[in-house]
Design a protein. Structure first.
Lengths: 318, 430
């Protein structure tokens, strides 16, 4: 028989509060804890060893003057490296290069990736071959692509020169002109990265709700309305995921820039923040200053990711 | 039973994870264990200068045959000198040191300054090896505080390469220009012959050692990039050399690229400044007759290239083994083998009296020019070779000049940066 209070409220009362000392954890509980620990601890140990510790170490080094070859270690210099970074002539150029390279690669590779995914989601002949071809550059190393694309952009021998000569146009000097050099590394990276955005969008498209497509068709929606009102909203989480991962990957591009331009021309023509970290640490032997640039880059990325998450959260709750 | 198996698996997976972490932490390379100094494994890190991997392997095989008990592993240290230095820096941090590294003219000093290279004088003396047969200028390039930190190995100088057919069409004598002023007189004639698609002179750009070649231009006009530990790029004579380079570029008499040897070999450039180390490659690839000549400006040719050095952190036994190997690598026979295959300079005086070398030079007059130029060389400016990041810093300034920026302003800024690096990174350790 139910108590009167329960009958009145319709809510089943809980068990009576425990009296006396808490019961000993059962054997099952302990086993669950051990299982969780066994699953988490190895990963946590590796993360601590290879991610968190270097992160903290980098932060510490950013306040020092440190020649990477020196056996005597680092000399504390307080915030001098940060003050220098703020006052240096090349800071603006390098930040500008990073912003242009990153946003161009994020935006263009996502737009093109989506367009290709929409196209190759259709029942076309030979689409599997084309899908493989589009994805292939993503798995090739950036250094190899960087070297290969020198033969595309070389102003003396390159493919582009050959094509432009046929139509009587002159070839820009992709390796000496700062604007064209940045265009070259950006275009090359977009080509390499396109397979990634394409395959993720394609997977999202193939997991979409077909009933909504059918409903839109019955309602007589135009292709553009169908895309804007039916497909895009379903792709929103994928777009958010890609915007973060492509941005993080783009900011960290090093191999391709090293192979194509070594950060030049004019010293900083295609130097991005991550390339500056390398340049200062291993070429100028200023590992302390390199750590400062790395820390600043980390903070900028953290802020951008935070803003992206907030914007996405607002979008999903609106 | 099923539950136990899963737990067992998880336990094993966890242990494997930790073990993998520890293994990764310990590094992936294996350190050669040393024997009593009379033999053992030797790790040689090289970028194979002048695409010399096959030649290096040949010399190593000869060394192993002559010295049973030694096994030398030739390790790819990177595609250029800078990458070998970076890899060595990583090894210094990780403690897994090679026995011998290729150390270039711009990378050895930072390691010597920071006591990461072993001074060779005592090691060579203890092994009863003499150094007086090394070409003095090349051996003394590695001197710091009265001690030597490397033996010359793949040593080079810039060389003037010219296309004889274009030279002849332009009505020029079959030789290189004696001075840069003479080249300026020749340039319009060369431009007229090669046409708009080609270029009179091809040089490396600022990211690819233009700074090395520019020293010749600066020295031949009385300037230099530094005097001892004082930056002097803003000296009026150095500024005049920068202005000269800018004028050549403005008139389209010179073009800059990553690898001028490719343009020259393809017949796109009438002439090029390139390392003697590319002579072998150009000879193989050029489908036309070409000549080599001294750089313009008598006695204004910089040395360059690389030596071989031994890390300071090795045990005495490993150092002894390493000394034995680097002495063999740079002995007369090895020098003859190496220089004939690559075009690099003979680093031994007696190599020039070697019958095989004499016959080779008679048969290859282009290589003979390179060897003869050795007497006209001088050691490079500290601002480029001894100051960390010097080459990249000067290369950047030269790129700016070529693109039309004011020479005096650019060189004043360069001096400021160079001096700051000298004052903060070098002077406290001298």
């Amino acid at each position: 028989m139910q108590p009167a209070a329960e009958v009145a409220t319709g809510v089943r009362a809980g068990p009576p509060p425990p009296v006396g000392p808490p019961p000993r954890r059962s054997g099952t509980d302990r086993r669950e804890w051990l299982l969780a620990a066994a699953l988490l601890l190895p990963n946590l140990a590796l993360l601590t060893l290879f991610v968190y510790r270097p992160l903290i170490d980098n932060f510490r080094l950013s306040f020092t003057d440190y020649n990477i070859s020196s056996p005597t270690g680092a000399t504390p210099v307080g915030t001098a490296n940060y003050v220098e970074w703020l006052g240096r002539d090349d800071t603006r150029t390098i930040l500008g290069n990073t912003v242009v390279f990153t946003f161009a690669t994020v935006l263009i590779s996502m737009v093109l990736g989506l367009a290709l995914a929409l196209l190759l989601d259709q029942k076309l002949r030979g689409r599997n071959v084309v899908r493989s071809l589009v994805f292939a550059p993503f798995v090739v190393s950036g250094a190899a692509i960087g070297v290969a694309f020198q033969f595309v952009f070389d102003p003396s021998f390159g493919l582009i020169r050959d094509l432009l000569t046929r139509v009587g146009a002159s070839t820009p000097d992709f390796f000496q002109d700062t604007g064209w050099a940045l265009f070259m590394v950006t275009t090359t990276y977009i080509w390499k990265n396109l397979g990634y955005t394409f395959v993720i969008y394609l997977a999202a498209l193939q997991g979409r709700r077909i009933d909504l497509d059918e409903a839109a068709e019955i309602d007589g929606a135009s292709p553009w309305t169908h895309f804007r009102r039916v497909l895009l909203p379903q792709l929103r989480p994928t777009t958010f995921f890609l915007s973060i991962t492509v941005l993080l990957n783009s900011v960290q591009v090093f191999d391709l820039i090293y192979a194509q331009t070594r950060g030049g021309p004019v010293g900083t023509g295609t130097t991005t923040l991550v390339f500056q970290v390398y340049q200062e640490t291993f070429v100028n032997m200023r590992a302390g200053y390199g750590a400062t640039v790395a820390t600043i880059m980390f903070l900028i990325l953290l802020a951008i990711t935070f803003v992206q998450v907030r914007v996405m959260d607002r979008g999903s709750t609106a | 039973m099923n539950d136990l198996t899963r737990r067992g698996f998880l336990g094993l997976a966890g242990a494997a994870g930790v073990a993998a972490g520890l293994a990764a932490c310990a590094g992936s390379g294996s350190s050669p264990t040393s024997s009593a100094g009379g033999g053992g494994p030797i790790q040689f890190w090289s970028n194979h200068p002048g695409t010399s991997k096959d030649t290096e392997t040949k010399i190593i095989e000869a060394f192993q045959k002559a010295n049973p008990g030694f096994t030398v592993s030739l390790i790819d240290g990177g595609k250029n000198y800078e990458e070998v230095a970076q890899k060595f820096n990583a090894a210094l941090a990780g403690g897994q040191l090679p026995d011998v590294i290729v150390a270039s003219d711009v990378t050895w000093f930072n390691f010597a300054l920071n006591k990461q290279l072993a001074p060779l004088d005592d090691l060579l003396a203890a092994a009863g090896l003499k150094t007086d047969d090394y070409v003095d200028a090349l051996y003394n390039d590695y001197t710091f505080n009265g001690k030597h930190y490397a033996l010359p190995f793949a040593r080079s100088t810039p060389l003037f390469y010219y296309n004889k057919a274009i030279w002849s069409a332009a009505g020029l004598p079959d030789r290189g220009p004696a001075t840069w002023a003479e080249f300026k007189e020749w340039a319009p004639k060369l431009a007229a012959v090669v046409g708009a698609d080609k270029v009179p002179l091809q040089m490396a750009d600022g990211s690819n050692y233009l700074d090395w070649y520019f020293q010749n231009m600066a020295w031949s006009m009385g300037g230099q990039l530094s005097k001892e530990w004082t930056a002097t790029a803003s000296d009026p004579k150095t500024v005049a050399a920068g202005t000269f380079l800018q004028e050549l570029a403005k008139n389209k008499w010179v073009k800059f690229s990553k690898s001028p040897d490719a343009e020259f070999s393809a017949g796109i450039a009438a002439c090029a400044l390139q390392s003697t180390g590319t002579l072998g490659g150009i000879t193989k690839n050029a489908k036309f007759d070409f000549g080599t000549a001294f750089l313009p400006g008598d006695g204004a040719c910089p040395t360059g290239g690389a030596g071989v050095a031994i890390p300071a952190g090795l045990s005495d036994e490993r150092k002894k083994n390493a000394v034995k190997f680097i002495e063999y690598l740079t002995n007369v026979e090895s020098t003859v083998t190496f220089t004939q295959a690559t075009g690099y300079m003979p680093v031994r005086k007696s190599a020039l009296n070697n019958d095989a070398e004499k016959a080779f030079l008679e048969k290859n007059p282009r290589a003979k020019v390179a060897v003869q130029q050795l007497a006209k060389t001088r050691s490079q400016d500290n601002a480029r070779v001894l100051v960390p990041g010097g080459g990249a810093r000067i290369g950047k300034a030269l790129d700016q000049i070529v693109q039309g920026q004011d020479v005096a302003t650019v060189f004043a800024a360069l001096d400021k940066e160079t001096q700051a690096a000298i004052d903060s990174q070098i002077k406290p350790k001298l």
